[in-house]
Design a protein around this ligand. Structure first.
Ligand code: GLN
Length: 250
């Protein structure tokens, strides 16, 4: 009888230990607050798929930010056009998508300090008669819907000269198929697209210079402050430069 009691208490102690252990484990994995990033993973080298994983400059910066904030990163792929409202509605915590700071967007969301520079450039077919920005007058320009390329060129050349596509790759296909005469898009994705597709080139003239930053909901100033502090540290210790140089070797 004494022996049985001993065995029983041993078993109970073991059960208790296991329960405690798994509870601790659960807290460590699932207990971290999530940092949900909204992006459009068709924008190399900032965000794109490598197999079924989203990689790129923004994805790596987000991973370091989450680490600094003690949060668990989750990336949600969506249309570029939907990112700002997803941030506003709290569907995602941050919009990190090579996103340019514009006065209009600042009416809807806050932006972090800038973490990179963007340039809008013009892609044409080799041998095109479009040699400078002014030659775009009266031509059909392909853009990614709701991007600054779309917004600026619609303003300058008029609605009738713009054709909108869901992403950069679709605009490039349209250029290859002579459906549009040029594509206006950010410089780094432009380089990636021109490398992948024969017979295209980027005009030397820059169409616009811009700042990329992270979008955060207007009412989430606490997160914005934390992100700016973490960004400062990642800039100061060279982490951001390291990531950028990995994807954009100079
Ligand atoms: N920088 C551009 C913008 O903010 C394009 C960004 C993108 O397509 N991911 O509008």
């Amino acid at each position: 009888m004494k022996k049985l009691a001993k065995v029983l208490s041993l078993v109970m102690a073991l059960v208790l230990c296991l329960a405690l252990f798994s509870a601790c484990g659960a807290e460590k994995d699932g207990g971290k607050e999530k940092l949900i990033m909204g992006t459009n993973a068709a924008f190399p080298p900032y965000e794109y798929y490598d197999g079924d994983k989203i990689v790129g400059i923004d994805a790596e910066i987000a991973a370091l930010l989450a680490e600094k904030l003690g949060m668990e990163l989750e990336i949600t792929d969506m249309d570029f056009n939907g990112i700002i409202s997803a941030v506003q509605n709290g569907v995602v915590d941050i919009g990190l998508a090579g996103m340019t700071v514009t006065p209009k967007r600042l009416e809807s969301v806050n932006f972090s300090d800038p973490y990179a520079k963007g340039i809008q450039v013009v892609i044409v077919k080799e041998g095109s008669d479009i040699k400078a920005i002014k030659d775009l007058e009266g031509k059909l320009i392909g853009v990614q819907e709701a991007t600054t390329g779309d917004i600026y060129s619609t303003d300058e050349f008029g609605e009738g000269n713009i054709k909108r596509y869901q992403n950069g790759a679709a605009a490039i296909s349209a250029l290859q198929g002579d459906i549009v005469d040029a594509v206006i898009i950010d410089n780094e994705p432009a380089k990636a697209f021109v490398k992948e597709n024969k017979g295209l080139k980027i005009l030397e003239a820059h169409y616009a210079d811009e700042d990329y930053a992270i979008a955060v909901a207007k009412d989430n100033t606490e997160l914005l402050e934390k992100i700016n502090k973490a960004l400062d540290e990642l800039k100061a210790d060279g982490s951001i430069d390291k990531i950028v140089n990995k994807y954009i070797p100079s």
